[in-house]
Design a protein around this ligand. Sequence first.
Ligand code: DSN
Length: 421
Amino acid sequence: MDYYTHIQKEDPDIYGFIEGEEKRQIEGLELIPSENYVSLAVREAMASTLTNKYSEGYPGKRYYGGQEFTDKVELLAIERAKQLFGAKYANVQPLGGANANIALYMALMEPGDTILGMDLSHGGHLTHGHPVTYISKIFNFVRYKMKNIETGEIDYDALRETAKKEKPKVILAGFSAYPRELEWQKIADIAKEVGAYAVADVAHIAGLIAGGAQKNPFDYGFDVMTTTTHKTLRGPRGGMIVTRENEEVAKKIDKAVFPGLQGGPHMHQIAAKAISFREALQPSFKTYAAKVVQNASAMAEVFKAGGVRMITGGTSNHLILADVFGSLGISGQDAEKILDEAGITLNKNTIADDVRKPMDPSGIRFGTPAMTTRGFGVEESKQVAELMLDVLQKRDAATVSKAREAVKALAASHPIPESFV
Ligand code: DSN
């Protein structure tokens, strides 16, 4: 907390809240699979004077003057994004993952057009057309599911039949709670057969793809990828859209992001994205991405040995979805709460075809991106999984307090690193 001297002086209330949150992050274990710790370099860019600047438009074509440096920042972010994913075009302006997805829909569809997306309860995301979203009223979202919840196999035959019947403009492949790798080739082939764009929402796995720990959908013919930049990719909170090679598509996406959806881009955030992309291009990021996956597998092994049912039977990526209600008789909400007391943060989550409600579902979702940034390896990951199981099985004050001490010790011996390069 040496960085916030001005906030401390000018606004002690906010300073206190930041201090509390920082302590929580340092002393606890962050297992929410969509969270991570960014480097100080990324944080400095987020706090830089670039936040003062309006830059509507794109490099070389702005609506306001004074863009000598902002143009350079954005061009460098674009170049690095292209390099990371093997893309010909990149738009680094989306303010978040939802904006990236909405801009994508606006770019490739007209109101009323059909898009196929993964069902939320089977691992998809709200922005993939859940009825509570505004965007679901504009486009016709049709959902597909897993065929086998115990293995995670997607029902590709049903997807193909639905695609032939519904004639979608876009087939969207991606997830926020699916622990396996999708068969990109099968989905790309179906899209080609019905004349749809193949789009991957890789928000959760962008860092694993960039680090070579998971396959790149572009290698299987996908046209576009949307993503956030703050999950496994370990950048600032934000979004991005990369296009493999179709210039016409890339132009439509640019127009949809601005002026279609957003106003002035957040240049401080784009500078921070550029810094994180540089970090992700280093050889050390490959090691990081591989470890994220190894650590998640190690945790899944412990849960399996403890008799806990995991949706899809385990994990091949960074996250695990466990049916704690079915296996241990504790609801997802209660599990989240008691683990929070032990200093382990994760989230309750619905499981496929859950019989319980979203605010008190059967499952918990957890993962290893943040822990791995702290330097946790397989042994420590197993230790954390064992602590979790102990707490979830016994659920008494003594076990929680013992786990909390163990968590503090693990956290203290693996401090959050300041620099990743
Ligand atoms: N909230 C993100 C997640 O946790 O997966 C997705 O938007």
